[in-house]
Design a protein around this ligand. Structure first.
Ligand code: MG
Length: 169
């Protein structure tokens, strides 16, 4: 049985993962206002991934015989100065999520909760990927310096992204 502290913290994490999904749908909304449908698609796919993360924690709590609590949260921002601002904000958010995963791992390690430690490893690897993706786009967009041809090409590229749920382990 998981400790109450770990159950509470994982329920908090479910909230943050769903918040991430909303945050990226709000980002998609911002992209649509800029007529950047490819960027909007990128964020819609990102939102799907975040929902998948939330549901992984959701099913884990159930498998561990713990009670799932669905919490509410604030409306995420949808106003950005430009694409660099949007991707920098997203990167900052992913860093926050990484800190949260590390926090969960610290508790699980202190409690010698090996099932949770094993479960969290997937998220540690996933966060490396998430942060690398956003860091890469921040750099690309800074280099593009709002050049319409470069932004147009990126938008076309991002229109092709689609969500595939990772195979169940
Ligand atoms: Mg996530």
């Amino acid at each position: 049985m998981l400790s109450q502290n770990l159950i509470d913290e994982i329920n908090e994490q479910i909230k943050y993962e769903f918040y991430s999904s909303h945050l990226y749908l709000a980002a998609a909304s911002y992209a649509y206002t800029q007529d950047l449908d490819g960027f909007a698609n990128f964020f819609i796919v990102q939102a799907e991934e975040e929902k998948f993360h939330a549901m992984k924690f959701f099913h884990f709590l159930n498998e561990m015989d713990a009670t799932i609590v669905m919490k509410g949260f604030d409306t995420p921002p949808a106003d950005y100065d430009n694409l660099v601002d949007l991707f920098e904000h997203s990167l900052k958010h992913e860093k926050f999520v990484t800190d949260r995963i590390y926090h969960l791992m610290n508790i699980a390690t202190e409690e010698k909760e090996y099932a949770t430690i094993s479960f969290l490893k997937w998220f540690i690897d996933e966060q490396v990927e998430e942060m690398a993706t956003f860091k890469n786009y921040v750099q690309k967009l800074k280099r593009a310096d709002n050049n319409p041809a470069v932004i147009f090409n990126m938008d076309s590229e991002l229109a092709a992204r689609s969500f595939t749920a990772p195979a169940a382990e």
